[in-house]
Every structure is written in C-alpha cells, then in structure tokens.
Design a protein around this ligand. Sequence first.
Ligand code: AMP
Length: 122
Amino acid sequence: MSYDESNIFARIIRGEIPCDKVYEDDHVLAFRDINPQTPTHVLVVPKGAYVSFADFSQKARPEEIAAFVRAAGKIASEAGLDEPGYRILANHGPDAHQEVPHFHLHLFGGKDLGRMIKPADK
Ligand code: AMP
C-alpha cells in the first residue's frame, strides 16, 4: 500500500489538525486518542511517512526506530505506568482493523487491562 499523505495522522503531524499532544521530538509525535479505550490511551506516531508496522520495520532508519522505541518507553514512564503496568499495541492491516494508514503504537494503561486475548477467543 502506498502512503496516503492526506491521512489524519499526517495532517496532525503537519499541524493542520489539532491534537492533545503529550510528547514531541524530531522523529516522534504522541497525543491522546480521541476515543480513549482506557484511562490513559496515547498514540505514539513516527513523523516519517510509514503506512504500518511492516513498512516502518522495513524502511525506517535506525535513528528513527531508536527514537520511536525510546519515546514510547519515556511516555509510559512519565505517565506513571511503569509500576502498575501498561500495554502497547500496533494494528497492521485488515485482520487487525487498522483504521489510520500511518504507523502508530497504542499505549494503554490506568486500569487492570485484563488478559490480552480471552481464552475463548483463540
Ligand atoms: P487503529 O485502528 O490502530 O488505526 O487506530 C486508530 C486510532 O486513532 C483510533 O483509536 C482512533 O480513536 C484514533 N483517532 C482517529 N482520529 C484521531 C484524532 N484526530 N486524534 C486522536 N486520535 C484519533
């Protein structure tokens, strides 16, 4: 899939649409999800034009990957989630119901998140 420059996260990164920003550096922007699923629900987004995890993992430069991973950990720590715990998740493609075609991590926390997949759903 080619990158769609008009996707909502691209527009947020370009400053065309506002966001509830929690972190920014040269390579990363993080903001609160507009429809939070947990008390803390932050989206960690690389600024580069990557459609999904597959695209990011194959094409991102080492410094972009390092910045992204470090930022995600720092955001979780600064949200006070290291002790109680948190979950990070990335949806790639149709089976995962990825809605926005710009790679992002979801950071969930602030409550007991339950098991990742219910045994009955396997
Ligand atoms: P995904 O299904 O992994 O692509 O998730 C996309 C996420 O983006 C959803 O959780 C949406 O609630 C969230 N979202 C969509 N538009 C915005 C926006 N303008 N600001 C913040 N979050 C958004």
